[in-house]
Design a protein around this ligand. Structure first.
Ligand SMILES: [Cu+2]
Length: 233
């Protein structure tokens, strides 16, 4: 009886030892965005929100649960969504019209088909990378999923600031990806994370692509489309 209760205790000690020595650290910093004007000269951008900052070099299991990307007023909410590889996203039609969410990106190609109001489509994203999400009915609907390898990620606010927590000590590449598509620029730097400490990093993104032009799910230009409003059911 005594040995039976001792075993799990010893096991927990063994498991706890390596974890205690790897106290995590944090990274905080700033993303600068420079936009190239018509004269070819770069200018700093005031609004630095919506940039995904993440680290590579180690993997972690995704958080439990499904992440939601909604469709409302013919817009994706949120329009930029970082997730951990292996995580599922539910594309929820919270609109009054039909949507057809799809992606033709290398990291994940999918076609949700036509989803009516209140319908939800769930897709799993196993590979890391940038997934451009569009609607085959409404050309103006654009969103970006950034599938990252671990939980140390953040989305910048307007001031470009970010904070990554729970990072195991080590030297890592750190990246900043702006919305737009998989062809957009990615800023890269390197950061050293020490146990229990906060490191700093500054990343500079050059924004070269400023439009949202893209093809439909068949790889063709968007032509006139029926709106599939509620009355067409
Ligand atoms: Cu749509």
């Amino acid at each position: 009886m005594g040995s039976r209760s001792l075993k799990p205790f010893l096991l927990s000690l063994l498991l706890a030892a390596p974890l205690a020595s790897a106290e995590p650290g944090s990274v905080q910093g700033e993303v600068l965005i420079s936009v190239v004007g018509p004269d070819g000269k770069p200018r700093p951008k005031a609004d630095r929100s919506g940039v995904v900052v993440y680290l590579t070099g180690y993997t972690e299991a995704p958080p439990a649960g499904v992440v939601r990307m909604s469709q409302r007023n013919k817009t994706f909410i949120p329009s930029v969504l970082p997730i951990v590889a292996g995580q599922k996203v539910e594309f929820a039609n919270e609109d009054v019209v039909v949507h057809n969410v799809f992606s033709r990106s290398v990291a994940r190609k999918f076609d949700a088909g036509k989803n009516r109001p209140n319908e939800t489509y769930v897709e799993a994203f196993k590979k890391t990378g940038i997934v451009d999400v569009y609607c085959d009915i409404h050309e103006q609907m654009v969103a970006t999923l950034v599938v990252v390898p671990n939980r140390a990620f953040a989305v910048t606010g307007k001031d470009g600031s970010f904070r990554l927590s729970g990072v195991p000590p080590g030297r890592y590449p750190i990246f900043a990806v702006h919305r737009r598509d998989e062809k957009s620029d990615i800023a890269r730097a390197e950061v050293v994370v020490e146990a229990g400490r906060t490191s700093t990093a500054t990343l500079t993104l050059v924004e070269t692509r400023t439009d949202d032009s893209h093809l439909d799910k068949r790889g063709k230009k968007y032509g006139p489309r029926p709106d599939y409003s509620e009355k067409d059911r």
